[in-house]
Design a protein around this ligand. Sequence first.
Ligand SMILES: [Zn+2]
Length: 648
Amino acid sequence: MEAGHGKAAARGASPHGGLISAAIAPGCFQGLRWVVRPLARSAWSQGEVLAYPLERTVADDLIVQVKQANDIVDVVREYLPLRRQGRTYKGLCPFHDDHHPSLDVDPVRQRFRCWACGKYGDVITFVQERERCSFREAVEMLARRAGIAIGWGNPQRDQERSAWYELLRWAEEQYRRFLWESPRAGVAREYLAARGLNKETLVEFGIGFAPPEWDWLARRALHVGWTPAQLVTVGLCGQRESDAALFDRFRGRVLFPIRDVRGRTVAFGGRILPGSEEQPGVPKYYNSSDTPLFRKSEHLYGLDRARAAAEQCGYLAVVEGYTDVLMAHQHGCRAVVATLGTALNQAHLQQLKRYVPRVVLVFDADSGGDRGVELALQLFLEQDIELAIAQLPAGLDPCDFVRTHGREAFEQVLTQAVDALEYKLRQELTPTALATLAGRRQAVERVLQVLARLPARGSHATQVKRELAIAQLARRTGANEITLWRRLQELYRQSHRVPGDPEEPPVRQVAVDPLERQLLEILLAEPTLIHQVRSALPLPEIQHRGLRLVLTRMYRLAEAGLQPTVDRLRQEFADRPRLGEYLLRLHDRGQLLQNRDQWLQALLAAFQERRSQRLREQVQAQLRSLDSDAPPPTELLRQIQEGHSFPS
Ligand SMILES: [Zn+2]
């Protein structure tokens, strides 16, 4: 899908292939709807609404300031060498395997474009793509680079956050020094050595130790000027209700700093030392609870260290524990991360998808269990990602396995991992199950029930996977494919019937109507025109779901008294970099147009014409089905022209 999008996008963005140049000159509007070529199919037509509150967006002028202070040529040069060639600069494109310099950076327009893979954007897009970060994060980085203080609408809050990061960094330092320097940490050092972890690895991951005291960290922190509120907010301390005294959350534990993808410490995980485990009510592992900087259920431990290796080998392995990650890295298997005590979920996969096309879920035979496989299967089928399952021999967790058998054996397990779907099929379609008719029927039913839990109208990838699954199931059980589809439809009807959601078979994505796209191009280039559009064009008139979503958001911004500029929209759709890129492309095309106001009038007229056309078609359909005793057609048409209600 990505590749296809890229190619199509490259076509659309070529100097003579785009809408604007292909369409006729302003002033000659009649041909508008037909001259334009069909659209690049965008990767975002799945179109669910993101709930970003308006106040979280940064002022447009600040973004303009950040862009002005960061020349695209200078920024790109920090990542790769560029050579001047005529008006523009050329370099090897970092977004595909480039051997001839295909990347073109235009210092006048402040845009980059790859002629091979079609990537396109401004300096923010470039940083977003290179750093795999959100629009906001990219703006933050560029602001920092240019020394611009950026407050996302709230400078005080911004300062607060950087203080939290600083506090966590300071705490990590305290714990780490205690581990390596204090005689009282000897037992922790021995424990870690016994697990086979060497000092280099432990230092790389910033491992530390918290002494078993109630307020060891709190006392030091207050002494150097941190406030109780800060300590509580970042999850390092709690506060007693009776007298508001601070107490440390981590006591007598080996501490694993949990870092975000940019390597900043955001939380800690603590493991109790062996021997202390018998204390009642004391969990073996304790993680920071959620804070403004940390969400446990979405976090992947070790991603900051695994990211580069993963981009090279094309997959990331997901394990369960901190020490699994450490041991794998120590043995040179660096594409390994862990979830934090939760099962792999959609939020995890969303992040992983940014880096790799393939995720390998590592189960040990004991703990894996059927439930884990079912969950993995569901995720695999729903997400546009390869998800494979690797199983370790019983009794060995990844840490033990890699320690005992070494890197090559572990990598072999990872590369031999099977597709989640294949795994399920093998699990159900055992020789025993297939031996009898009843057994076969039950096995088929169980697989179909998994498939029926998918959204009926999933992404294109989901549909393809479902089709493959049915074909496989038919081939391996000898069942008739049509029978299987029919049974699947039945299961859908039983499980997916939601009021207001009519039974619809899975549908293909619809190409964007040129008329609708042109409207967006003009609006993005000239956001002040939104008011004219809002009064003339009701949202349901936009047929493409994705574009309707964008226009809905633009209307909402306008209602809130804000300009729906392309940069604001890119923030609004922060989780959808492809959509952001697409919107920027539309904006840039719109900017090539003179007389946007006139174009808009022509477009609105065309929408009006489309509406009438639809009405005419309805009339004709009605006319065809008219009984002889109905009013004559001329009468009917007159009624419609006069605005009478349509006879039923
Ligand atoms: Zn490229």
